[in-house]
Ligand binder design. Sequence first.
Ligand SMILES: [Fe+2]
Length: 483
Amino acid sequence: MSLQFPNTPEFTGLYQPSRVETSIIDLEVEGMIPEAIKGTFYQVAPDPHYPPMLGNDIFFNGDGIVSAFHFENGNVSLKRRYVETDRLKAQRREHRSLNGIYRNAYTNDPLAADNNTTANTTVIKHNGVLLAMKEDALPWAMDLGTLETLGEWDFHGQITSATFTAHPKVDPDTGALLCFAYEAKGEATPDIAYFEISDEGKLIREIWLQAPYAAMIHDFAVTPHYVVFPIIPLTADLERMKSGGQHFQWQPDLPQLFGILPRNGSAADVRWFYGPANGFQGHTLNAYEKGNKIFVDMPVTSGNVFYFFPQKDGSVPPPESLKAALMRWTFDLDSGDAHVIPKILTRSPFPCEFPRCDERYSGKPYRYGFTLAYDPQLPFNSATLGAPPFQFFNQLARIDVTTGDCEMWYPGDAQCFQEPIFIPRHGKAPEGDGWVVCVMNDLRTRSSDLVILDTAHWTNGPIARIIIPFRLRMSLHGNWSGD
Ligand SMILES: [Fe+2]
């Protein structure tokens, strides 16, 4: 029987499946890894185990595969395993994909598992387990050391929502996991739930509310007193799903909507704010509050970035027509005006995504951000590589959000990055002082390295390059867990 992935942009180049499960002690290292870096960098990629049942598929629909880079005494070891979800186990039993359209179980093969999640969007350590999360279902737990899959995780029966975020925050003062669910009462429901789960795993807050309509809420923000839900104009519709359509459809007339919930409040206390229509709220860099004003910083794009979820007439904007920049939204709870316009945070705008902060400052006034960035003016080896792929970022940026100043590192004409994470130099290091670690793909040599940049010497490039002896597919998110 033939087993071959399609020759499409979704399955070639940066998106060619890797499918490698491995355990490698002491990876090769060029340069020196500081011995002060002690802990594990966990990240997860959608990496389809089988070719798509329908002939092609979107990046976000791949089976979650977790990489754990463990740093100790200047050495790095790698473990990498699939999250053994019900969905993956059913596929392995049948030796083929059983899953149809993204987040549309109505299009699955009858032999597919009931639980359609791939657990492929982020991984984070919480209360002794590693949680692999995707926003369409509850998390899946794995063993922190072996990456053995332990099973679906409802926090010992405390979480009753149908779904759970893949963008939890950690309260920097208490270690509590701050999380939410959308479509929380089932497919295409407008219900949202907010949860706080203590570092010891106890549910300490649960608030339910409803959005005006069911739509994607991919990331969110939490400050000491408020929760912000950015509702992206990608609506969900059960009838469309039942008739074999997409879970999400772009609605160019809808605003970039934000729901603001007091952490000690209830559904009755939610305030709604309306941003410009036909815009896409990206990942949260950070947020903070000052009096009755809440500030949320994120990349914002002037249209639908997700070409695979078109609007009703099937159209999507050409990627080169979209404008993107790191923006700040200001929500003034004292103002009677519910309309908000975001402001560009950097001196000059540039497309960026996958932003991360020094998470000791999560939800608090802060200064530094680290993000992937794209400069189309920089050389790109198009003679060999053709057009840059989806989510192609050729720079790593260190941003001072108080001044708008940016430092950039550009590695060359065939390289691109996956999401960075920040590691403080030590527990009491000043904000943003430490190292940034991320995977860098070389599209020409089809290889992947883990690079470490010192935040004090950003533009010098990596102080160490850890050679991964196989190619990693583009990933989504991850987190650092210090020893
Ligand atoms: Fe995300």
